[in-house]
Design a protein around this ligand. Structure first.
Ligand SMILES: Nc1nc2c(c(=O)[nH]1)N=C(CO)CN2
Length: 160
């Protein structure tokens, strides 16, 4: 079993519902079990201006799936949410990213893990810290030390 962290994001078609539904749909991934879910967070869009705010969250999964098999399962969930891949960093119905896959460092055609921008994105780091405050990254660094360089800013936890 490998502990994996998944980032979720949406800014189209009722983002709050998209992310809440996806958090439950992660339970249907074979050979895997969701062990933690963060709160939902409202975040300012990073990327092209003029797009709606995002809702973001992070989930922890224990899985026996290989990274690319897990990616296939996540992409199937994205497809079911009718995600349209159009503009780079543009609006999306549902985005599911593998942030961390155990202590593995992966650089393949389909996957870069740890996720390329995760240390600079408050909408990734803060939800991750909510469910894994004592986490260490594959390079041995402490997650809580990265938070210092990635302020909460306007990120807001959405009350239940
Ligand atoms: N706040 C926020 N901004 C984004 C996000 C996201 O999840 N949250 N995802 C993007 C494309 O992956 C681009 N910009």
């Amino acid at each position: 079993m490998t502990r994996v962290y998944i980032g979720l994001g949406s800014n189209l078609e009722d983002p709050r519902q998209q992310v809440s539904d996806a958090l439950l749909e992660l339970d249907d991934i074979p050979a895997s079990r969701v062990v933690a879910r963060s709160s939902l967070y409202r975040s300012d869009p990073v990327g092209p201006p003029g797009q709606p705010d995002y809702v973001n969250a992070v989930a922890a999964l224990e899985t026996e799936l290989a990274p690319e098999t897990l990616l296939d399962a996540l992409q199937a969930i994205e497809q079911a949410h009718q995600r349209v891949r159009k503009i780079h960093w543009g609006p999306r119905t549902l985005d599911l990213d593998i942030l961390l896959y155990g202590d593995h460092i992966i650089d393949s055609e389909r996957l870069i893990i740890p996720h390329a921008w995760m240390l600079e994105r408050n909408f990734v780091l803060w939800p991750l810290a909510e469910i894994a405050p004592d986490l260490h990254l594959p390079d041995g660094s402490e997650l809580r030390r990265h938070l210092v360089h990635c302020p909460l800013g306007t990120l807001e936890r959405i009350p239940l």
